[in-house]
Every structure is written in C-alpha cells, then in structure tokens.
Design a protein around this ligand. Structure first.
Ligand code: ADP
Ligand code: MG
Length: 619
C-alpha cells in the first residue's frame, strides 16, 4: 500500500490565539480543535497533575493564574532587559526571571517542583498542540510546516520562533510574515489577473498587538512595502478599559472596591470580554456576574456608544498608525485597492467605521474570516514549498522585506548599514571596511539591527572577528563583509580580505542571542517527556467532558420537556437534584480521575433513566 504523504501545514502562532490550516482537495481547510473551535488559545498551564495546553489551559488560568502562561510571543527572542519585556512582566500574574545571557525564563510550580522554561519551550508546547490538532484531523504524522510571525519581528525573534518549531518536532520550511499570509489569503480568492498591480492594506488588530502593513501584489509576487503598529495595543487593552469602567461603577453603587480582589477582577474581566464580543453584533448588552462580591450579584448594561467612548483614543491611534504606514510605504490612501481585516478585534464596528471613513466605503474586505486569514495564507505557502499545491498555488511568488536595517559598528560607535530596512529578502549585500590602526592584524565587528545611528542603541545580534591580516598601514587593507538573508529573514554574515583574495577565518559568536544546538536538543528530549503526561491528561478530560455534555444535555431536556406528563413530580425533583449535583461536582473538579468521572456518569445516567426511556419511546 502506498504510504500517505503527510501534508505540510500552516500555523498562525498568535499572542492570544493560534490557528492551523492545511491545503487539501484543492482548497484550504482550517482545522478545528477537539472542542470544535477553529482557533486555540496560546495558553499553557501547569496544573497539579498535568500540563494543559490550549482550551483547557485557558480555563485553568482563572483557577491557577500563577502557573498559567500566555502571551509568550512578547518574550520570544527578546532580552530580559528589553524595556518592552519589563512592561509585560509587570502585567502578568506568572513569574519571569532573568536567565543566562539576559534571556527571560518563565517560572512555574509543577508537581511540587519549581521549573523554569524559555519562551521557545512554551511556544513549542503551543506548536505541538497545533501539530496534534492537525494530526488528529489528517490521521497521519505531520512534520513540514510554515509558521507565521509579525512583519516587525527581528532576526533573533525569527530564529527563536524557528527553534520553537524544531523543539516541537516540526520541520519549519519557512518563517512567513503575517501580513503577507493575510494578503495571500485575500489574493488567492480575489485576484484572477495577477498582471494588474494591487496595493493591499492589511489591518490586524488582535488580542495584544496591532500591526498594519502595506502589501504590494504584482505579477503574483507579494511584497511587504512597509509596516507600522503597536506591540501593546489590542483586545486586552480594550477589555481593561471596560473593566475599569465597571470597577468604578461598582464602587459608586455599592461603596465597595474590588480592585484588590483578584478573583473578583478576573471574573469581571471575562464578563467584560464577553460583553465586548456581544457589542460587535448588538448595540446594547449587559455585564452580569453572580456573587461578584459576597452577597452582591452584579448586573449592568453597556451600550455600544459608551463602549466606543471608553476606547476612543485607542481606536484613533489605530488610524494614526494606519496613516504612518502609508506614509512609510509612500502610497497614497487613494492608491490602496483593498483593506483586509485581520485579528479578532477588527470585528469592532467602530473600528470598521473609522476605516471606512478613512479609506472610503468600498475598500473593506471582510470575506475572509478575520481569525483565520493568516493560517490560511500559511497553508498555501506550505503547499507550494512541499509541492502539494495546484497551478493556482504555484503561481504565487512571495517576497518579504527586512523590517529593520542591519549593519556593523564602526569607529565612534556609529552604525554602518549593510542592508537597509525594507529591502526584499532573500538578499545578499557586500560592503568594504578597513583597519583603523597601523599594522592591525585583527578586525572585530559587532552586528546590529535597528535604525539608530549610535550603534550601541540598536539590538546586538552577534559579533565576529577577522584575523590573520598582513600588517599594513591603517586604511590600506580592504575587508569585504557579506550579509546574506535567507527566505526566512534569517541573517548569515561572512567576510573576506580583498588584498589577499583569501577567505578569512571568521567567527560569529551568536550564542548570546539565541539558543545553541545542544540546548535545543535538550529541550526536544524534555518535550517528549511531556507527551506522556499529555496523553494521561487527555483521557481525564475526555471522561470529564463526557459527563459534562451529558449533564448539560439532560438539564436542557428537563427545562424543555413537559416532564410531568412523563414521570411523577417526585421523580422530576430527584432528576433535577441529580443534574444539579453533577454540575456542582464538575465545577469543583477541574481534572478528576477518569474513574471518578465515569462513576459519576453512571450514577447520573441511572437517575435520568426514566426521562431518557420516555423520550426514546416518543421518537
Ligand atoms: P492574536 O493577537 O493572538 O492574533 P486574535 O486575532 O485571535 O489574536 O484576536 C483575539 C482578540 O480578539 C481577543 O482580544 C478577543 O477578545 C477579540 N475578539 C474576538 N472576537 C471578537 C468580536 N466578535 N468582537 C470584538 N473582539 C473580538
Ligand atoms: Mg494574529
């Protein structure tokens, strides 16, 4: 029998939600997780007995916030001392410490022991979950993948994301820019004639971040012309605005401050998030939390107008950054052909209205699902790279640009740019340098990324040294430094002394910035250990879920059926009590043993037997 060729998958590894897609039967399929949802929370929780990833981890965050990790995309490939990392750490309930080489380490308590993880490891757990979701759907092992990253991700963030993929047991064929993926998802449906150039504006307002990009499509070639955004502007900021409003309301109405009650805050926050989602389709909603404060049930109305008002400046900022992106791309807004909406928060009506006012009514494109566009595009590229696509897939050519300038430091801590920002990749550039003192035999360079003229203010990517130069007066030797960026946007540096014609000995000391091979190998081994845990967890949750589904199904039946015509009053009472008891048991037992759930289910089935028999006989 011919062995099934494993399809390549596309993964949108998001800050708050991730999505996986695959190309099959001449179309892109977005793969739903075991709960039937097409996106999965990028959460990992270290519960008492097992590690949870995705939906279960998300639900566990309210119970165990200290050991539930999310948002690690803000940490990946960054240094602990990075001011933006500090800002995030202050907002998270879990602990992050400084590890070796200024790398952040996430600290959790797992099975009674303190454990530390790198951002790459936590991301690899989310990637592994996405891989599993795809494998369950495809009934085969998956290896090849395309993973997306924000266009502004620098070299070390891209490398770290690729490392996370390797730790998850994936073969990362390409790191792709999110806006390119979204533009591709759009173009794939809409563009029949690639000969006509198009400017696609990608507006991505997600859970924690806001990214806008101008993507130019010409002859099947996709090119990101410019990007702008804010790494701390997204759905969570919007939730916070609503939360603060209701905390004040509560104080005004009941003279009680819940600001220091973290459990109450968490419950109110989820209610605010639900209200926000509801306001994307309704003009008024209510925020309701039972027993928010001992003996106080909170219920308050929230109108769309009030919601818009609370977030006014955040929405205005989105338009300002849109403006800046177009300016950087040197494209007039009238020359934008289409605006593609991406990210859950781009569903907010006021945001769409502001965009309509800015670009004109007809340009907004909503035909692709906001949450799925990025994974959709990644799946198309994955198919192309693994030669599994059709003619339409093969027609597309992608080209990304460097988000930041790359260069080396020269005398006086000045940056000498070798590859300017917004250069299309892959690319190779060479620049000549020389010595600064007489008879110098060694030249050392620091490789930087960033736009500051003062080299040390930019991000240090690594260092390299060229030795063995023949003694000569200063300024005479000519050293060619080559910068090569591959299709993933990852940089390789090499150098050659021109006078001798020989390739010089070159050392790139880059281990400071990212993981070394041995570390990755160690993490792969660790990851395998966790897989056994996951299996155990899955069995527990499957059993618990079965009970959960049954109890709620029966509750629905009890509420909808005219039971008294079927069974006696006392029996109805017994059934209602039995269901109620099972639901409270579920509330108290987040991860019960398989046996416990099964016996509870047996018990409940016995109690509900009279109505089930009656219902069956009526069918
Ligand atoms: P990521 O930043 O991880 O890519 P998403 O693009 O999936 O995340 O966006 C998640 C955010 O979108 C969350 O803050 C969520 O509350 C918000 N969101 C999802 N659906 C809606 C909706 N219908 N209306 C408003 N916000 C929404
Ligand atoms: Mg996203």
């Amino acid at each position: 029998m011919a062995k099934k060729v494993a399809p390549a998958i596309g993964i949108d590894l998001g800050t708050t939600y991730s999505c996986v897609a695959v190309w099959e039967h001449d179309h892109v399929e977005i793969i739903a997780n075991d709960q039937g949802n097409r996106t999965t929370p990028s959460y990992v929780s270290f519960a008492q007995e097992e590690r949870l990833v995705g939906e279960d981890a998300f639900h566990n965050s309210a119970i165990d916030p200290l050991n539930t990790i999310y948002g690690v995309k803000c940490l990946i490939g960054r240094r602990f001392s990075d001011p933006s990392v500090k800002e995030d750490i202050n907002l998270w309930p879990f602990r992050v410490l400084v590890g070796a080489n200024d790398r952040p380490k996430i600290v959790v308590n797992y099975k009674g022991e303190e454990k530390q993880f790198s951002a790459e490891e936590i991301s690899s757990m989310v990637l592994m979950k996405m891989k599993q979701i795809a494998e369950t759907y495809l009934s085969c092992t998956v290896k090849d993948t395309v993973i997306t990253v924000p266009a502004y991700f620098n070299d070390s963030q891209r490398r770290a994301t690729k490392d996370a993929g390797v730790i998850a047991g994936l073969n990362v064929k390409r790191i792709m820019d999110e806006p390119t993926a979204a533009a591709l998802a759009y173009g794939f449906h809409k563009i029949k004639d690639y000969s006509k150039p198009q400017n696609v504006f990608v507006f991505d307002l997600g859970g924690g971040t806001f990214d806008v990009s101008l993507v130019n499509i010409r002859g099947g070639r996709f090119e990101v012309k410019a990007t702008a955004g804010d790494t701390h502007l997204g759905g969570e900021d919007i939730d916070n605005r609503v939360l603060n409003y209701f905390v004040d309301e509560f104080l005004r109405k009941y003279k009680k401050d819940i600001r220091n009650n973290s459990r109450a805050l968490r419950r109110l926050r989820s209610a605010c998030e639900r209200a926000k989602r509801s306001l994307s389709t309704n003009t008024v909603t209510s925020v309701q939390v039972d027993c928010l404060y001992p003996d106080i049930d909170f219920c308050c109305k929230l109108s769309r107008d009030r919601f818009d008002d609370l977030n006014k400046d955040l929405f205005t900022k989105c338009i300002e950054l849109t403006n800046q992106c177009l300016k950087d791309a040197e494209v007039n807004k009238s020359d934008v052909d289409i605006v593609v909406l991406v990210g859950g928060s781009s569903r907010i009506p006021r945001v769409q209205q502001l965009l309509k006012e800015y670009f004109g009514d007809k340009k907004l494109h909503r035909n692709i699902n906001q949450d799925e566009a990025v994974a959709y595009g990644a799946a198309i590229l994955a198919a192309q790279l693994s030669r599994q696509g059709n003619d339409m897939v093969n027609k597309v050519v992608l080209s990304d640009v460097t988000p930041l300038s790359l260069g080396v430091d020269i005398i006086g801590d000045v940056t000498s740019i070798v590859i300017p920002r917004n250069t299309s990749v892959p690319t190779k550039k060479v620049k000549a340098f020389t010595t600064t003192t007489d008879d110098q035999t060694t030249v050392a360079f620091k490789v930087y990324e960033g736009e500051r003229l003062q080299a040390s203010k930019n991000l240090l990517l690594g260092m390299f040294e060229i030795s063995g130069l023949s003694p000569a007066p200063r300024g005479v030797p000519s050293i060619d430094v080559y910068f090569k960026i591959d299709a993933d946007g990852i940089l390789n540096v090499s150098g050659k002394v021109r006078s001798s014609g020989e390739m010089s000995k070159l050392t790139i000391t880059n281990e400071e910035s990212w993981l070394r091979k041995e570390e990755i190998d160690k993490m792969i081994k660790e990851a395998e250990k966790y897989r056994a845990d996951d299996e155990k967890h899955k069995r527990r949750f499957d059993a618990r879920r079965e009970l959960d589904n049954y109890a709620y199904e029966m509750r629905k039946n009890v509420r909808n059926l005219d039971l008294l015509s079927l069974v006696s009053k006392s029996e109805v009472k017994k059934i209602e009590e039995g269901i109620c008891e099972a639901i409270s048991w579920l509330d108290l037992n987040e991860a019960p043993a398989v046996k416990a759930s099964k016996s509870k289910l047996c018990e409940l089935k016995k109690i509900c037997e009279p109505i089930v028999t009656e219902m069956n006989s009526q069918k």
